[in-house]
Write a protein that binds this ligand. Sequence first.
Ligand SMILES: *Cc1c(COP(=O)(O)O)cnc(C)c1O
Length: 489
Amino acid sequence: MTEPTLYELSSQGRPGFRFPQPDVPLTPLPEGFLRKDLNFPEVAEVDVIRHFTRLSRLNYSIDQGIYPLGSCTMKYNPRINEAAARLPGFAHLHPLQPVETVQGALELMYELQSWLAEIAGFAAVSLQPAAGAHGELTGILIMRAYHQSRGDSARTRVLIPDSAHGTNPATSAMSGFQVVNVPTDAAGNIDLAVLRTLCDATTAGIMITNPNTLGLFDQNLLDAIALVHQAGGLVYGDGANLNALLGVARPGDLGIDVMHFNLHKTFSTPHGGGGPGSGPVGVAKHLVDFLPGPIVEIVEEGDEDMPPLFGLVQPKKSIGRVKTFFGHFGMFVRAYTYISMHGPEGLRAVAENAVLNANYLLARLRSAYKVPYDRTCMHEFVLEGRWEDAPEVIALDISKRLMDYGVHPPTNYFPLIVHDALMIEPTETESLQSLDAFADVLLKVADEAHQSPQLLKDAPHNTPIRRVDEVKAARDLVLCCWVPEAESN
Ligand SMILES: *Cc1c(COP(=O)(O)O)cnc(C)c1O
């Protein structure tokens, strides 16, 4: 059963608002300003509240239970982050205020830039990009600007492992580069033998995700980075999986030249519909001048009597702005709060527990699901969602059946190199009880796949909408609120 829309709940003459008595003389609106064709629903306040509360209960969220979407790091969003972001001194700022009046906000941004640089081993960070994919675009444009500044125009190709997130090839292609696929070897690492043949004077760089999207620390990482550097290329790090490395290893120390952070993954700011996201970019020394601005810097050193003066600076050879104003400031406050609450030891514990949780789940599931690249995993792992002795069932059926048990499905069909991939990332915020409950459901569903596969094929059984036509949903996206039945055909 689908929920009625506000239009269907509408009842003529039942408004949900009341204007105050006017305290100015009434004047008729100029001709043409009154539109009769605006078809707004007429609903009382109580109807609106009930409508949206009902809809919100149909949503699944991290506040309800485990959200094991691999590669997305759907960790719990601590409420203290929200309290900090709502402090009037932060929440009520205007982006056009003179810098002297927003020194506290600039100091927070300055410290966040420095902390992210220290956490990941970079010389400088720009907080501008709006999300991970936007950070990738920024990073690739920085790589392009670097080669151009050296008059090196032959570098037209970006190498990308076949396990990469789709945003990697997309951002490279958008930046005018040719994308060259690098295969994964049998152990789940970058295939070094092939990479060696691909590195030459046309190589602008490589985009590496480490741990990769199989949830594995690439054992060939240092050799791969060295090969690309020897050929004169740069190394882009897709930082989406930084949660596995916090306080343990620093991408900058491993030789990565430029990387994005996903504050909405690693640093617990809201993700998905609760966004917006934030994708700061960190760079090694030789790329600092190309960062998008403005960057916050100390423009006047302080002394005992005067705090330092923070200002906004455009790096010398900057690729320009990639976002209006300063980026998503509210997310900076949340990530800053998260980092200060944890401190260095706490951040390391985040990574250690994320890796421990993933390995615990993997150990519980290994007997029932095939693990195509079976090594000690990092913060996530990939199972195969199909069995030879249950040939009708595919990964999608497993995910739909999980919904019947009130569990959010894992990532499906990514990475592309695993057939019927089920990519699972529990994060460190799940307890042992929660991990066990999730494992129990997955084991039960594996059992059902063999005993009564039709249960899976027909799932989900108790959601308001069963299976949607996903191709039509993607190709034929309807974003306007409601079209009367008669007009929709
Ligand atoms: C999430 C993710 C991205 C893209 O980040 P967004 O913030 O969603 O734009 C890129 N690469 C990997 C591996 C990811 O998991």
